[in-house]
Design a protein around this ligand. Structure first.
Ligand code: 5AD
Ligand code: SF4
Length: 483
C-alpha cells in the first residue's frame, strides 16, 4: 500500500506552492500519496509562514497535537519546513525532540534524501541552508491539477523593507533560468493549463539567465510566455512599485493575455511612513505609475497590500493612506495590522499607538475597501466578462464557476443556456462540446457541459453582484486566446 503524506500549510500562495512541490518531490521519490487526515499519514509535514503571525507559537501548538499521534505510532515521521524552520533551525528539535526533519524554503527539494537518512539512522535531519538555484533544478515537473497553475520564477527578496522578515527567511533574490520557466509552462500548457500565475516575493525583479548569455526581465518573460500555444492568461504576483517599470507597462499595452489586474503593494499612503518602512518610493511615485498603467489599460483592476499601525503612524499618516486608497480606487485589497517581526529593523522602533486605535483604523480602512470593491462588482453587472471555467460551483453542482480577469468568481447555470454554436445536438456524450450546452444527446446535460467547459475560456454576461462572487449567464465558450 502506498505510504501517505499529510501537509499542513500556514501562510501565503508561495507557501501553498512550496507544499505542492514537497508533495510532488515525495510522490516521485517514495510514492507518497497525499491525505487530508493526519491520523492515517506516515509522514506529517508542517509548512510554516512567519511573515505576519506569531508563527512560532502556532507551530509548537500544532506539533503538540501531532505528538499524541506519534506516541500512539512511534514510526510516524514529523517534519517542519518553511520560514519558521528557517529562523529556528535545530532549536525546533531541542524544544520538540519528537520532530525528525527541519528544512527551510530553499531546501525542500532535499526532502527525499533527508527522509531516507531519518529512516536509515532514526536520527533527526536539519537543513535550512540557502543553496539558491539548486532548489529549482532538483524538483520534479509539477503535476498538473486544473486549468490554473502557479509557477515560481524567482525566490527571496533583497529589498529589506524595515518591517519584513522575508529577506531573512527566504534569502536574497535569485531568479530561475529563463529557459527552465519556458519549458515548465510549455509542459503545463500541454497538460491543459490555460492560466499561469508567476510567483515570487518580488517578481518584477526577475532576471533570468537565457541560453544566449543575456538576461530576461519579467516583461520579456511575459512576452515569450504569451506565445505558448494554449496559454490564454498570465498573471504575476507580488511586485514592488520601485521596479514596476515602463517595460512592464508596455507589456500591459501590447500583450492582451496579460490579465487586466495588477497586485502592487503600497503599504502606506504617507511619505513619512514609507521612508520609515524603507520602501524606496513616495506615494506620488506610486500614483504616477498606476496613472501611466491606466493610460494603456483604462479599466485595469489594481489591488494592494496595506499595513496599518506601523510604529509612529499618526492620524495624519493614516488619513494619507485612506486618501491614496480613494485616489487609486483599489479593488479587493489586503490590509494587515503591523506586527513586529523579530530581527527586523522596525521591531526596534518605538511603537506607542494603542492597539485599539490601530484596530479601529484597520476596520475603517477595510470597510471602505469593501465598499469600493462592491462598487466595482456592481459596475460589472451587464458587462461581458471572459472567464476561465474552473469546475462546478462550490454551492451548487448545477452551476459552474470561473474567474474573471479581475479575479472575481462568477457562478453560472449550465442548464438552460442557449445553443451558442451548433445547430444539431452532439451525437454522443463523447463528442459533446461546450458549444452545445442544452439539448438532447447527453445523458445528463449538466454533466456533459461540466466536462467540456472545464479548463476553457468562456464569455459570460454578469447578471448579479453578490458579496463575494458574481452571477452570470453563459454566452459562448471561446478557445484560449492567441496573442
Ligand atoms: N506586519 C504586518 N504586515 C506585514 N506584511 C509583511 N510584513 C508584515 C509585518 N511585519 C504584509 C505586507 C506584505 C504582505 C505580504 O504582508 O503588506 O505586502
Ligand atoms: Fe518583504 Fe516585499 Fe519588502 Fe521584500 S519587497 S522585504 S518581501 S515587503
Amino acid at each position: 500500500m502506498p505510504r501517505k503524506l499529510h501537509i499542513k500549510t500556514f501562510g501565503c500562495q508561495m507557501n501553498e506552492y512550496d507544499s505542492a512541490r514537497m508533495a510532488d518531490a515525495l510522490a516521485a521519490s517514495h510514492g507518497f500519496e497525499a491525505t487530508d487526515n493526519p491520523a492515517e499519514a506516515d509522514v506529517l509535514l508542517l509548512n510554516t509562514c512567519s511573515i505576519r503571525e506569531k508563527a512560532q507559537e502556532k507551530v509548537f501548538s500544532q506539533l503538540g497535537l501531532w505528538r499524541e499521534l506519534k506516541t500512539a505510532r512511534p514510526d510516524l515521521i514529523i517534519g517542519v519546513g518553511g520560514c519558521v524552520a528557517s529562523q529556528e533551525g535545530a532549536a525546533i528539535i531541542r524544544r520538540a525532540p519528537y520532530v525528525n526533519l527541519v528544512f527551510g524554503p530553499q531546501t525542500l527539494h532535499r526532502l527525499p534524501q533527508m527522509l531516507d537518512s531519518v529512516l536509515a539512522t532514526r536520527r533527526p535531519a536539519v537543513d535550512v541552508s540557502f543553496p539558491e538555484i539548486e532548489k529549482f533544478d532538483r524538483l520534479p515537473d509539477p503535476r498538473v491539477d486544473g486549468a490554473r497553475a502557479f509557477v515560481s520564477i524567482m525566490e527571496g527578496c533583497s529589498k529589506y523593507c524595515s518591517f519584513c522578515v522575508v529577506p531573512y527567511t527566504r534569502g536574497e533574490e535569485f531568479s530561475r533560468p529563463f529557459d527552465d520557466v519556458i519549458a515548465e509552462v510549455v509542459h503545463l500548457a500541454e497538460h491543459g493549463v490555460r492560466e499561469v500565475i508567476l510567483l515570487g516575493q518580488n517578481v518584477n525583479a526577475y532576471r533570468g539567465a537565457m541560453h544566449t548569455g543575456e538576461f530576461a526581465d519579467l516583461a520579456l518573460l511575459i512576452r515569450y510566455l504569451a506565445e505558448i500555444d494554449g496559454i490564454g492568461r498570465l498573471r504575476f504576483t507580488t511586485s514592488h512599485p520601485q521596479v514596476f517599470n515602463e517595460r512592464l507597462i508596455a507589456a500591459y499595452a501590447e500583450v492582451p493575455k496579460l490579465a487586466n489586474h495588477l497586485h502592487l503593494p503600497v503599504q502606506s499612503g504617507s511619505d513619512r511612513i514609507l521612508a520609515l518602512m524603507k520602501r524606496g518610493h513616495t506615494a506620488l511615485e506610486y500614483k504616477s505609475k498606476i496613472r501611466r498603467l491606466r493610460e494603456v489599460r483604462p479599466d485595469i483592476s489594481v489591488t494592494t497590500d496595506i499595513i496599518v499601525g506601523f510604529p509612529g503612524e499618526t492620524e495624519t499618516d493614516f488619513a494619507a493612506t485612506m486618501n491614496l486608497m480613494e485616489d487609486m480606487n483599489f479593488d479587493t485589497s489586503f490590509s494587515f495590522l503591523y506586527s513586529a517581526r523579530p530581527g527586523t529593523p522596525a521591531a526596534e522602533f518605538v511603537d506607542d499607538t494603542p492597539r485599539e486605535i490601530k484596530e479601529a483604523r484597520l476596520s475603517r480602512l477595510q470597510s471602505r475597501n469593501t465598499e469600493m470593491a462592491a462598487a466595482i462588482s456592481r459596475r460589472m453587472v451587464g458587462t461581458t466578462q471572459r472567464i476561465l471555467v474552473e469546475g462546478p460551483a462550490r454551492k451548487s453542482p448545477r452551476q459552474m464557476c470561473g474567474r474573471t480577469e479581475n479575479n472575481r468568481v462568477v457562478n453560472f447555470d449550465v442548464q438552460g443556456s442557449t445553443n451558442a454554436g451548433r445547430s444539431r445536438p452532439p451525437a454522443s456524450r463523447d463528442t459533446c462540446t461546450s458549444l452545445y450546452i442544452a439539448g438532447a444527446g447527453c445523458e445528463s446535460v449538466a454533466e456533459c457541459a461540466d466536462k467540456s467547459l472545464i479548463g476553457r475560456f468562456a464569455d459570460v454576461e454578469v447578471t448579479e453582484a453578490l458579496t463575494n462572487s458574481l452571477r452570470g449567464r453563459l454566452l459562448v465558450e471561446t478557445q484560449a486566446r492567441r496573442a
